[in-house]
Structure formats: structure tokens, C-alpha cells
Design a protein around this ligand. Structure first.
Ligand SMILES: NC(=O)c1ccc[n+]([C@@H]2O[C@H](COP(=O)([O-])OP(=O)(O)OC[C@H]3O[C@@H](n4cnc5c(N)ncnc54)[C@H](O)[C@@H]3O)[C@@H](O)[C@H]2O)c1
Length: 482
């Protein structure tokens, strides 16, 4: 049996996030290299300033309980679902000032619930632990917001009950394992007038925002985006286990919809509970396809199956390849997405190719910090280098010569490589959570409201339908709207 630490299992959540990314900061050598070849002010004026702002915010948030701003209205928060992702969110929230944790709800009382309660008590929060979310909502009248990180099939009932109890909700992706569930969440948010943010955290990531707003939007560096591809590849690893002495009694498991401890730990692989890797991982990146293309897809075709893992315990597909066709305002675009759990080659990224340039981006700084390539036919990017929107180019031709590689005259020279000069120094989820709490205080708009989460759910869940149907499926535009 794999231990609790085996979080990288085939059914594992997205990699645990490092809580400190300071060591991965803007590479000083890159800046200096840039400075030696281009006017420096742009890079300093923009990227450096951004960098400083993040550092300042990070410092301010370093000890939240002490750093109380008397003008900041405190928000009373509960965590519902204190598993791997609940813990990641908690660690990110502990860096956000102005939050007062009141409760943790989790059915694994002896283990996950206890761990989060203990963490919060160490930070001097007086928190109560609950097994049943309805009991928590009954007793914790002062709660303003609930952060939900339970398995996907619990998202709809949990979110709806919290909204109806008058709480604002941040609910993890995938919004729901069914469209009916996702739809009922949107309707509940509308009826109650409470906020519902869906946890597609890239929507608040400063590098993604910079690419969307400045590089694709204002500077139009990619020109017309014609093709897109993305992947999340993961190496083979064991299923998630649990410490034997913390086995949950069978009647409690049954009460909450789980047949066994094995299913409770690996719910992602089970029909009726999760959606397999395409939903778990693909939803993050396919959400970005829609966002950056400014459209929802018109058609999808997909091939997938359980090619490798034990079928009795892996009901969903371990390997999926999907092709979307979009009719964007600029014309047709095609997007390919792959996820597999048998080889981790090249990790995860999204790649947008336009008639003027290419952008390769990833949430992970280590995996891919954001590179741009200008196509030879595109106008020069000097203006954007000077403004600091992109770094100075690393000349590929010069690099090849350095490496002593022979370039055949008939080959086209690789385009020069620029870097996206925005580094997130906080935990990945912190900006998205911060955006949610800002919206609760009325100082921001949600970056991923339930309507956007729903559009992504429609886009992603249809891949599994297309695999089963073995044919190209179409989306009706009204399918995306509620
Ligand atoms: N945004 C991201 O990057 C990201 C990363 C990982 C996971 N997630 C999402 O977070 C959610 C949780 O994933 P995870 O990896 O933490 O799973 P997990 O299995 O580690 O944790 C789920 C927790 O919910 C508890 N739980 C289950 N049913 C419950 C119920 N009815 N009431 C209260 N508690 C209940 C379990 O005891 C467990 O502690 C999923 O929706 C997943 O898709 C998002």
C-alpha cells in the first residue's frame, strides 16, 4: 500500500505546490544578458517594477496574524475538504492578510481534518472541526466564505448548500463531474446573489494575465492564432494509499458515497466521482485554450482508453488525445490536447501558434517559464522589448554556431527566443484566492465566476463523451450558456 506521502500517484492531484518560489525568481543573468543587447529601461521599468511589487506583497503577507491592517475587514472562512488540495489552499491562504479561520470540515476526521485543525491552531486560530458540512453551516453562523476542495462529485451539493446558507464560495475545479451539477451551481449563485469562484487558478496568475492582456491583446505578438496544443504527461506511479490505522469505518465511507478506502483515496479514476486525467488535469489547460482564443469550441473528436492501468480500479481513461475545432472571431483555429499517465515526458504546458509568433507557457516556472518565438515574417518586436513586455531575444542562430551544429541552407532558421518576464513568487493558488477575497470585500471582480467555470466544464466533459461515441461531436453555442 502506498503511503500518504505518495502524492504523485497515477491518480494523484496536480503536483503539490512549493510554498516558496523565491529561489526561482527572475533570472538575474537573463536580465543582464538582456541589458547587454537592448535598451535597459523598458525591462527595468516594467518587469522589475512588477517583480518588486510581488516581493513587497509577499513580505507583507509573511506573518498574516501579526500583520493586521485595521482597515481590512476580516473575512470568516471555513475549509470544506482538507485533503491534498485543501492543504495547498490553506497554506496559500495563511499568507493572505485579513482572514479569520473558523472551521474545517472533512469526513476523514482522524487524519486530514485533524491535520488542518492542528495547523490552524498553531497559527492561533480557534477553529472547530466537523464531519458533516450541514452541521458546520448550522453552527458557524458567522462564516462569510467557504473554500471547497472535496472530490468533484461533492462540489455541487456542497456549493449549493453553502450558497443557500448565505456564504460566498470558492470551489475547486472541476466544477462538477456532471453538467447538471455544474448548472445547478451557477443557478444557485444567481439565486442567492453570493459569489462563486471556480478554482481555475491560472486565470489569476500574473504570467497568464500578462500574456493574455499585453502580449496577445495589446501587442498582438502572435498575430492570428491558428493552432494550439497542450499536454499534461505524468510518469507511472502507484495509486494513493493510507496509513492502516487511519482506515475510515465502512459505514462512514458508504454514507459519503465511497465503496472502499481504495476508492475514497483514488476517487478521480471512478465514474460517478471524478472524470479521469482529462478532467482532472486537462480542465486547467483547456480552460486556457478557450480564454486565449476568446471562444468556446464548435466541435471535438477524441481517442482515449484505459491502455495501461488496472481497469477494475481505473474506470476512466489513462490516455486521452483530443482535437477541438474553434470558430474564433479571427477565423478557424484547431487545438490538440494530450494527457497520459505512463510517461512524464516534457510535463505540462500550453503552446499557442499564430501567423506572427508562438507562445509556450506553463503554470510551472520550472517546467516552462514562458517563451515567445517571433516568426521571421513578423514585424520586429523591438518596441515590446523596450517596453519590457518580452525579454531581449536569445539568438538561435548564434546559439547553433556556439554549439557547433551544422545548419543546412534549406532549413529555416529557428526563430529567436524571447522570455515572458513575469515570475510568480507566491504559491500558485494565492493570486486566485486573493482575487476571491478581494471580490468578497467588493474591491475586485471574480476572475473565474461560475459562468466561466461552466463553459470550461462543457468543453472538457464532452471529451469523454466523444471517446465513448467514437465520433466527432458538435457543441451548440447555447450549450455554453445558462
Ligand atoms: N486547482 C488545482 O490545481 C487543484 C489541484 C489538486 C486538486 N484540485 C481539486 O481539489 C479537489 C480535491 O482534490 P484532492 O486532491 O485534495 O483530493 P483528496 O482526496 O486528497 O481530498 C479530498 C478531501 O475531501 C474529503 N471529503 C470527501 N468527501 C467529503 C464530504 N462529503 N464532506 C467533507 N469532506 C469530504 C476527504 O476526506 C479528503 O480529505 C478536487 O476537486 C480536485 O480536482 C485542484
Amino acid at each position: 500500500m502506498a503511503g500518504e506521502d505518495d502524492k504523485g500517484g497515477a491518480g494523484a492531484p496536480e503536483k503539490p505546490v512549493e510554498t516558496k518560489s523565491a529561489s526561482k525568481g527572475l533570472d538575474r543573468r537573463d536580465v543582464l544578458r538582456g541589458l547587454s543587447t537592448v535598451p535597459a529601461l523598458g525591462l527595468f521599468g516594467y518587469a522589475w517594477q512588477k517583480q518588486r511589487a510581488y516581493e513587497r506583497a509577499q513580505k507583507e503577507a509573511a506573518s498574516p496574524p501579526k500583520a493586521k491592517d485595521p482597515n481590512l475587514r476580516e473575512i470568516n472562512v471555513a475549509l470544506l475538504g482538507a485533503g491534498a488540495q485543501g492543504e495547498v489552499l490553506l497554506n496559500a491562504m495563511l499568507r493572505i492578510p485579513g482572514l479569520r479561520f473558523r472551521a474545517v470540515c472533512d469526513i476523514w476526521k482522524e487524519y486530514n481534518q485533524k491535520r488542518s485543525v492542528n495547523t490552524l491552531r498553531k497559527y492561533k486560530f480557534e477553529v472547530n472541526g466537523y464531519e458533516d458540512h450541514r452541521e458546520m453551516l448550522d453552527k458557524e453562523k458567522e462564516l462569510d466564505a467557504v473554500i471547497i476542495a472535496t472530490p468533484d462529485f461533492w462540489h455541487a451539493p456542497h456549493t449549493i448548500d453553502c450558497l443557500k446558507a448565505g456564504k460566498h464560495v470558492y470551489c475547486e475545479k472541476e466544477m462538477s463531474n456532471t453538467l447538471e451539477g455544474a448548472r445547478s451551481m451557477v443557478l444557485a449563485a444567481r439565486e442567492t446573489g453570493k459569489l462563486l469562484q471556480i478554482g481555475h487558478q491560472r486565470r489569476s496568475h500574473p504570467r497568464y494575465l500578462h500574456c493574455y492582456e499585453k502580449l496577445i491583446g495589446e501587442a498582438r505578438l502572435l498575430g492570428r492564432i491558428v493552432t494550439v496544443n497542450g499536454q499534461w504527461n505524468r510518469a507511472v506511479s502507484p495509486d494513493l494509499g493510507w496509513p492502516e490505522r487511519y482506515t475510515i469505518p465502512a459505514d462512514r465511507l458508504k454514507q459519503y458515497g465511497f465503496k472502499s478506502m481504495e476508492q475514497f483515496r483514488n476517487w478521480r479514476w471512478y465514474k460517478g466521482q471524478g472524470g479521469g486525467p482529462i478532467v482532472d488535469l486537462g480542465s486547467h489547460q483547456i480552460d486556457i485554450f478557450n480564454w486565449f482564443l476568446g471562444a468556446a469550441p464548435a466541435h471535438v473528436m477524441a481517442s482515449g482508453g484505459n491502455d495501461y492501468h488496472e481497469r477494475a480500479t481505473h474506470e476512466w481513461y489513462d490516455t486521452v488525445m483530443a482535437i477541438y475545432e474553434y470558430e474564433t472571431p479571427a477565423g478557424t483555429a484547431r487545438a490538440y490536447y494530450q494527457t497520459q499517465t505512463t510517461n512524464g515526458s516534457q510535463g505540462y504546458f500550453e503552446n499557442f501558434m499564430g501567423d506572427q509568433g508562438t507562445l509556450v507557457i506553463s503554470e510551472s516556472e520550472a517546467n516552462n517559464p514562458g517563451f515567445l518565438y517571433r516568426d521571421p515574417n513578423a514585424p520586429a518586436w523591438d518596441e515590446w522589448v523596450q517596453k519590457g513586455y518580452v525579454s531581449a531575444p536569445k539568438l538561435q542562430e548564434a546559439k547553433k554556431a556556439e554549439e557547433g551544429a551544422v545548419l543546412d541552407v534549406r532549413e529555416s532558421v529557428s526563430p529567436d527566443q524571447h522570455r515572458v518576464p513575469i515570475i510568480l513568487r507566491d504559491p500558485y493558488h494565492q493570486p486566485h484566492l486573493q482575487n476571491f477575497f478581494d471580490a468578497v470585500r467588493g474591491t475586485a471582480k471574480l476572475n473565474c465566476p461560475s459562468e466561466v467555470g461552466y463553459e470550461t466544464a462543457v468543453t472538457v466533459l464532452k471529451v469523454n463523451d466523444a471517446i465513448d461515441a467514437k465520433e466527432r461531436l458538435s457543441f451548440r453555442p447555447e450549450e455554453f450558456r445558462i
